[in-house]
Ligand binder design. Structure first.
Ligand SMILES: C[S@@+](CC[C@H](N)C(=O)[O-])C[C@H]1O[C@@H](n2cnc3c(N)ncnc32)[C@H](O)[C@@H]1O
Length: 222
């Protein structure tokens, strides 16, 4: 998570579209007391819960925890980080960003929301994307932070033989959607893909052209 000023912190963190994996909140978890994970797909929620509850057959995320701990200056603390995050998780819930209340149940607004590679996979059109940002923003308190990670210009990504749809993202679309949903202080970080000339990768994995991290602060409800 990019937060050079160290201001993105608080009590309650919500991750939208966590998938079956935990990597997207490893860093963020240090700055929050309670973490709520969500996803649309039941098999993903099941997989996450298996890891959270240390059930048999759960995926081992050690290499990811080691990587993040190493980036943060001390690889040896990875186990501590892993225990810490398990303790902070409040639950793994259904979420649909297309719904005006994506969690489908009433809850207090969150201090911060993270989301990694979700909205571009969930929204079929730019209009749907704008609406999804609005829906997600409704879960955030005024003055709360949104941190999104995404890919640029991607129209599909493959998992094995299966190709998933993705809505091609641009800085213009993301920024416009955030502004329309009452966000300010929008900070954009962009990274070019090293793979954009690699035809084999493009054919078999993804045609993304780059990636981004965007951070923004919600000023109020629109
Ligand atoms: C590319 S995966 C990203 C997963 C994970 N955040 C990561 O960084 O690897 C996209 C995720 O979005 C979820 N998703 C798809 N449609 C959704 C929707 N309408 N609302 C919430 N999540 C959705 C999928 O189930 C999937 O887990």
């Amino acid at each position: 998570m990019n937060d050079p000023a160290g201001k993105i912190r608080g009590r309650r963190l919500l991750d939208i579209g966590t998938g079956p994996c935990i990597h997207s909140v490893i860093s963020a978890s240090k700055w929050f007391v309670e973490i709520t994970l969500t996803d649309f797909a039941e098999p993903n929620r099941r997989e996450l819960t298996k890891w959270w509850k240390k059930e048999e057959g759960a995926w081992d995320w050690e290499v990811f925890f080691r990587y993040v701990a190493n980036m943060e200056g001390n690889e040896q603390k990875w186990k501590h980080d892993q225990d810490n995050i398990r303790e902070k998780i409040q639950g793994v819930y259904f979420c649909d960003v297309a719904q005006t209340n994506p969690l489908l149940h009433k809850c207090d607004p969150f201090d911060a929301i993270t989301s990694c590679l979700c909205l571009e996979a969930a929204c079929p059109t730019e209009e749907a994307y704008e609406q999804a940002i609005k829906n997600v923003a409704s879960l955030l308190k005024a003055g709360g932070f949104l941190v999104m990670v995404g890919v640029l210009g991607e129209s599909y990504y493959a998992v094995g033989e299966y190709k998933f749809f993705a809505l091609p993202m641009s800085q213009k679309l993301v920024t416009r959607s955030l502004e329309k949903s009452g966000f300010e202080d929008i900070t954009w970080y962009q990274f070019d893909s090293q793979r954009k000339e690699d035809e084999d990768f493009i054919r078999t994995v993804s045609n993304y052209r780059g990636s981004f991290v965007v951070t923004a602060t919600k000023i109020g409800d629109v």
